[in-house]
Design a protein around this ligand. Structure first.
Ligand code: ATP
Length: 366
């Protein structure tokens, strides 16, 4: 794994008066470029050649510079990394960057300074490791079945990695599990039980709150060791299964699909904000213990609210999530922290700008 000291040594050669924010043109990049513009920081868009005209057409979210690639693999080449470093680029990791380049490549071979703590990639990329993080935090999370023969209630079966729900299936008992599991094995989509995780299916309403942790600011909530925690928005994902009613009275098989296709904005009953903030503080504290300095910047809790059990966290995304794209001009929550429109993309740029002014960029980068 590339060490933090190696990255900080690269950063120490940066010209901080010419810092640029860079990311892959995908996922939440328009918001990142738009936010950087609002904070007066130039940005660099790494773009697939064929996608460039489309990205160029969003004139208020134009990066100052495009770096074209034919294939995302080019990003890992020595020359490309050198180019990013010579332009003083801080990379903002988002879900597509991690998916296309791969967590392992980023951890082992990507020498460009990234915003946040890259150790989160290690802790997120394996669902069992991630579960340890949730357990340490002491937040409610779904039961995991290590042995499929013990399945005694409805379960959701997931593949590893951020697949956006693709390929997931539900089973009500062991027999149904094995039928579906064997089917996927025959289609060579999985090879063994190690490729999946079997999780208790939670009935309830999904909420995906987006948080930002600033370690440059004063502590603002009980339980935090340091830093200011902000709730900048909440979304709910739109998955194919959400439209299952359209086929009624039939249950059309194709609708039994958890693939994420978009997001909608939501607010929770105000009294639940306290629960969400308490949970976020616990996740921040356990991250700090497990992989110091823990979380830096944006993260999201993926939760389901069940009236009998409260919020149940089934995943943490330790970076900007696509649901934040709903709020380029701020959200119903960001308004309570900022008098100006504050998207997550802009909040990241603001933090980078402040760190440069405080001579503290090294605290936010790995
Ligand atoms: P991403 O990394 O983009 O979050 P993913 O591949 O990790 O995607 P999940 O977020 O774990 O996928 O799950 C996809 C969807 O499956 C969720 O949005 C939710 O609708 C459903 N889901 C996940 N876990 C559970 C659960 N324990 N009970 C009920 N539904 C669940």
């Amino acid at each position: 794994m590339i060490s933090r000291s190696e990255i900080l040594s690269t950063l120490s050669q940066y010209n901080e008066s010419d810092i640029k924010i860079g990311t892959l043109c995908s996922h939440s990049s328009l918001q990142i470029f738009h936010g950087a513009r609002r904070e007066g920081i130039p940005s660099v868009g790494i773009v697939l050649k064929e996608n460039k005209p489309y990205y160029e057409s969003f004139t208020n979210a134009l990066p100052e510079m495009f770096l074209e690639v034919q294939d995302y693999k080019e990003i890992m080449t020595d020359n490309f990394q050198k180019k990013l470093i010579s332009e003083n680029v801080i990379i903002i990791p988002h879900g597509s960057l991690v998916e296309y380049i791969g967590a392992e490549n980023l951890l082992e071979r990507f020498r460009v300074p990234m915003f946040g703590n890259r150790l989160t990639l290690y802790w997120e990329s394996d669902r069992r490791r991630q579960r340890r993080w949730l357990k340490e935090a002491g937040v409610n999370s779904p039961t995991i079945y290590e042995n499929p023969s013990n399945i005694d209630k409805p379960v959701i079966v997931k593949l590893h990695g951020a697949k956006g729900g693709r390929g997931y299936f539900k089973a009500s008992n062991s027999q149904e599990f094995f039928t579906k599991f064997n089917e996927l094995r025959m289609r060579k989509l999985i090879s063994s039980l190690d490729d999946i995780i079997i999780e208790e299916f939670i009935a309830g309403v999904r909420y995906y709150p987006h948080f930002f942790l600033s370690i440059l600011e004063e502590k603002n909530l009980p339980g935090l060791d340091e830093g200011r925690l902000e709730l900048l928005g909440i979304d709910r994902r739109l998955e194919v299964i959400d439209e299952i009613h359209r086929g009624l009275p039939l249950i059309i098989e194709d609708y039994l699909d958890y693939t994420v296709t978009g997001n909608v904005g939501v607010v929770v009953r105000e009294k639940y904000l306290v629960d969400l903030l308490r949970y976020a503080v616990r996740i921040v504290s356990s991250a700090r213990k497990l992989f110091y300095p823990g979380l830096i910047g944006p993260f999201c809790l993926e939760t389901i609210y069940n009236p009998a059990r409260g919020f149940i966290v089934f995943e943490v995304s330790a970076r900007i999530v696509a649901g934040t794209n709903l709020y380029p001009d701020g959200s119903p929550y960001s308004t309570y922290y900022y008098d100006e429109p504050m998207s997550m993309g802009r909040r990241i740029a603001k933090e980078i700008r402040r760190a440069v002014n405080l001579n503290s960029l090294h605290k936010l980068v790995y």
